[in-house]
Design a protein around this ligand. Sequence first.
Ligand code: OAD
Length: 256
Amino acid sequence: MSDVAAWIRNAEKITVLSGAGMSAESGVPTFRGDGGLWRQRGALELANAEAFERDPKGVWAWYRWRQDHTRRCVPNAGHLALAALERARPGQVLIATQNVDGLHRRAGSERVIELHGNLFADRCTRCGQVHPCDDGPVTSPVTPEDGARDPELVRCTRCQGLLRPGVVWFGEHLPAGALETATAAAEEADVLLVVGTSGVVMPAAGLARVTREHGGRVVVINTEHTDLVRAGDVELLGGAAVVLPELVAGAGIALA
Ligand code: OAD
């Protein structure tokens, strides 16, 4: 841990690749493992464009539920530690996240690449116009299922096309430029922090390789061992909300 804190202290460029485990302590479910989203009945079949064409209401019901649930979650100490790191080192920190929950930005991080889109950026299926919906925390006494049982199908105010969730589905390309920016950041990183990802979906494993090939250090932070870890990497076992504040504080950066 103290070695890694020293690397962070001395690094010119720090890149973070985050996955669902980053937000687990905020109460956002991960995809795999016990309680993971992909264990929910039928969930895997909902995350693709064919399912949406066949049954837009069914797909929207699941995404409205996820929006409602995510609004009720708040950034955890790990998100806040990364935001403090960026504030202390402007222009030197970039987060490439696989998460669609928006919690890095809500924590205050600004240089965030959302590789898999955003749960709150509904998009027109016809003209591509993005229709942001409120991602703020819910204060009214709604239940997570509100609006999800019989979701309204919303149309684009510009062209009347049907809106779809703003996330990347199976078989779809990542948002334009996202992978290129993340790869460039992995190349120039002195330290790549890989936080809370199983690494089974590209580009997670690929970005770690890019950093190693360019001589950077890879630090894997996860509650469990993952196959992402290679010789020469450092593995820190623990929750993101515990390990990241320790690391950032250890690098001499004030968390608040
Ligand atoms: P996964 O659900 O596959 O993996 C979550 C990882 O987080 C696991 O390795 C856990 O051990 C770890 N973990 C759980 N709690 C943690 C905590 N508190 N602190 C640190 N680590 C923790 O999620 P991703 O790797 O993000 O894509 O999944 C990648 C992609 O697969 C997702 O973006 C999604 C999915 O299909 C799309 O939907 C396009």
